[in-house]
Design a protein around this ligand. Sequence first.
Ligand SMILES: [Zn+2]
Ligand SMILES: [Zn+2]
Length: 435
Amino acid sequence: MVNISFLGSCREVGRSAILIESSKGDKCLLDYGVRFSEKSRMPVQVDLSNLKACALTHCHIDHSGALPFLYKKHKRLPFFTNALTLEIVDKLINDMLKVTSYPYPFGKAEINSLKENSVLLDVGVKQKIADDFFITFYNAGHVPGSVSILVEVDGKRILYTGDINTNPTNLINSANPKNIPKIDCAIIESTYALRDHSPRIETEKAFTEEVINITDNGGRVLIPAFSVARSQEVFMILEKFNYKKPLFLDGMATLISKIYLDHPYSLQDRNLYRKALSKVNFVNRRRKRAKAKNTNGTIISPSGMVKGGSVLNYIKSFLKDPTSAIFLVGYQVEGTPGRGLLDNNIFKFKEKNEHRKTDYNYNIKAKCKVASYDFSSHSDGKGLHNYVEELNFTDNAKEIFCVHGDNKATTTFAGELADKGYTSVAPESGEVYRI
Ligand SMILES: [Zn+2]
Ligand SMILES: [Zn+2]
């Protein structure tokens, strides 16, 4: 028998962490992330003796952010990842510690241990981690470098999808479940299980037309975007549909954009990427920031949910300007300033950080245009159902665990799959299932 412990991402988006334990008691962690706004940000704490390895699906901190904590106790724990993900994880976790006032229980020394123990694993290569215990990576289509993880243990095959996208984006190719061998059990993400994305190409066109329209009329467009993948996807879309006005990129997104250039094999259209990036003005100093703010053009700047990051340098000026626009291009978690701006047209943000010498207290009604465009890098409901149908299950076992979505998304998705004959459930944090 194999035990699967759900240490996070249960009926929530955040702190993804799945523990697989063999009948001999050997353990492997799949992801070990943090969550964003709650007081307790770490995964559920359990006995991790006999932990043989940790493996990471992708760089986002809701999957990777707590990994360094493991190195407080497990000094020589192998960490399976790939070169691109490793490079970005290093930047994101360091940045997470820099910008937060939350007392994460680890620091630079543990981040260094994580890096020192990294083992690079290519897609499709079966890696032994203990007796009768193997992992294999498969492309997940979510962000460059992202993978799903197949675990083979005690004669069982368990697929952990991580975050998946079954539609190609401008940056990367989509996930293909047909590449994955027969499985007994799947742990699948559910972020957009209850939504259907509008056709991508139409959204891309409508978005670029609107950006061109506003800037042609003398306005400015501010695009808060995740520094990883979304900022790059947005400048590729603007290039594809002939946006010609000045384009600025600020914050961590500039660094990530350069890292992608060093890993061109992970991009599906490296020529479009290079061409688009060559037209982007990188903003890294205060003077350049002032210039970007006062230019009739477009600024892409993290953070994607406007809860920090370089976008705070611009937001006030845009909110008060009726000729300009703020376009949100990513998932806005409930309770974040971005979600509030979208739902109520009011931007509320309060943060006092002595370390960074910042003291924000914003409560501003937007006079500018505010809209959201769905450039999701997650599969929608239809995509998730198709993905499951294309998976190849062993005859009698069709066990599915729905994670990484809010309460409604995970439980409804599990119910829909149960109606189709799967044994499906939306586990709760801390629950252990035996398969
Ligand atoms: Zn992700
Ligand atoms: Zn995620």
